[in-house]
Design a protein around this ligand. Sequence first.
Ligand code: M6R
Length: 357
Amino acid sequence: GKGTYPYYMLKEIDEQPAAIRRIIQEYQDDQGQLTIDSEIIAAMQASDRIYIIGAGTSMHAGLVGQALFEQLNGIPVEVHVASEFAYNMPLLTEKPFFIFLSQSGETADSRQVLVQVNELGYDSLTITNVKGSTLSREASYTLLLHVGPEIAVASTKAYTGQIAVMAVLADVLANAQGRKLDFDMETELSLVANAMETVVDDKDHLHEIATQIFTDVRNAFYIGRGLDYYVSCEAALKLKEISYIQTEGFAGGELKHGTISLIEDGTPVLAVISQKDTAAHTRGNLEETRARGANTVVITMEGMERQDDQIVIPAVHSLLAPLVTVVPTQLLAYYASLDRDLDVDKPRNLAKAVTVE
Ligand code: M6R
């Protein structure tokens, strides 16, 4: 049950630090080293490209996975929306490896792709929260999220769990490839869990910001670049899904190519800024919206913050920053929905598992 929580979503947001620690434990061997089934590692090592398939939030987690596998393993990755891939399959490389991301393991759009992948005879891995689910049974391999049941329609701990499991996978694969990483994944994931705890302890502050910027507005924007852009897409989905505020996640640099014409007095624009190489550019993009009346909010990391930044997360490894920067956006969405007296856990027109194509 949800215990003393008014909604499952809030409980599940709060469970994220423990979920990350659980993932570290579940994927540790007797010596305390991160470990993954050697068959999965061998299959990935033999592949020339990884195709990540998912829908909604799971697809957004895939975008972060792409950065992890490309940067830590040097394997090219493509991320695809399942419903598109199923009927517009791109040209595949010679040795593709498929990763299906699905909290429920029952998403029909993703399953439709898996059926085709099996017909073509390619190896696949399902990363899911549900043991014995359809996508798990039908794929060559499965890795479980171990984050506990997710009840709220809005996915939170499954997103961070999927990224954490892919981080472990990328780390073990890098070891097998003989690629020496300049950081210890286990240590960095523990730091992520601690940083998440700081964010979930900051609820009152985040509620205040949500009330300030989202009351009576009809649309909103999240912007970022690179990994921060991927988090912006997820943040926008979460906000629109449960508050019904029309929200777009945008690549900071793209705004000026059209969308900035939508900015009016009071339009909320939230920037995710955790990557050093693009921080100045995103700040510039945000400033352009502020000059046109936007109500701006910065979500950034310690060591990169400026005086008036409203949301500053503790410093974590830059590749893992999405695991932490997403948490305040989950809470902002939660409070926006709560302030509007909506049913946070059951937004209209939506089901937890979408079993039709
Ligand atoms: O169970 P899955 O991860 O396959 O579900 C995919 C999407 O339906 C899901 O992530 C959806 O986008 C969420 N409601 C978003 O919060």
